[in-house]
Design a protein around this ligand. Structure first.
Ligand code: NAD
Length: 252
């Protein structure tokens, strides 16, 4: 389906899974809002690459874990002439290799506000704009969870795993809450994907270390997750809501 004259917002889209998703959605006709936190050059590059391929995109700096950031982000979307019909709650952070006994309130709150509060706030604003009961034309939301929400990630990052558990529950509850308003809400659980999140978290070669434990014997690529996200956002998933799809190479 061609989504020309519709906006899709991808949070945390300057690199990794977000950048791959923004690029794919733009190729399907969406005007993509490329949200970023700090890497302006990288976000501008994503927009440039989309435009070079004939697509349409714009970059907006905003910290999605705060009310102010989310207000700025959605004001930039409202300034466009087109309606928002897609949201990918992709922005997230993790810090690796700590047991619970070593975690501070500061670290736990950082992870929870970025991964949970950010997803809640962006979903709230998207629903206000998409709801057919409020004059919107409906839409779809995809929340990026993690295989960690099921494994719990003991000894590595139980805070991150629990934050993604909260994201899964948001998916299930919100899907039911807005189903009659023309909005579908689904989740995706990536497994071990080759992105810079692992280096930022403290272990650049994490995916290679864990590859032997993956049934498919390899880490995933951001584009492979982007295609699964695109499916959930699309009309091909028109009767699918409240579900969480694994993109884990067979890890359950
Ligand atoms: P990434 O670090 O490249 O992307 C995450 C992006 O989110 C970054 O660009 C970061 O700046 C942005 N971000 C973080 N906090 C933000 C905030 N408050 N406001 C705006 N942007 C913010 O890593 P990625 O692997 O592409 O991660 C994308 C999503 O996929 C994350 O939610 C992550 O938890 C999830 N995920 C990744 C993996 C993996 O193995 N790479 C596995 C499971 C889930």
């Amino acid at each position: 389906m061609n989504h020309k004259n519709e906006i899709a917002l991808v949070t945390g889209a300057s690199r990794g899974i977000g950048a791959a998703t923004a690029t794919l959605l733009a190729s399907q006709g969406y005007t993509v809002c490329v949200n970023y936190h700090s890497r302006k050059e990288a976000a501008d590059q994503v927009v440039r690459e989309i435009e070079e391929k004939g697509g349409s995109a714009f970059a907006v700096i905003a910290d999605i874990s705060t009310e102010e950031g989310v207000a700025t982000l959605f004001a930039a979307i409202d300034a466009q002439a087109q309606p928002l019909t897609g949201l990918v709650n992709n922005a997230g952070i993790l810090f690796t290799q700590s047991k619970l006994v070593d975690l501070t309130a500061e670290r736990i709150n950082k992870v929870l506000t970025a991964n949970v509060t950010g997803s809640f706030l962006c979903a709230r604003e998207a629903v206000k704009r998409m709801s057919t009961e409020r004059g919107g034309k409906g839409g779809a939301i995809v929340n990026v969870s993690s295989g960690a929400s099921r494994s719990g990630s003991p000894g590595e990052y139980v805070d991150y795993a629990a934050s993604k558990g909260a994201v899964d529950t948001l998916t299930i509850g919100l899907a039911k809450e807005v189903a009659a308003e023309g909005i579908r809400v689904n989740g995706i659980r990536p497994g071990f994907i080759h992105t810079d999140i692992h280096a930022d978290g403290g272990e650049p070669n994490r995916v290679e270390r864990l590859a032997p434990r993956i049934p498919m014997q390899r880490g995933g690529e951001p584009e492979e997750v982007a295609r699964a996200i695109s499916f959930l956002l699309s009309e091909d998933a028109s009767y699918t809501t409240g579900s969480i799809l694994d993109a884990t190479g067979g890890v359950v």
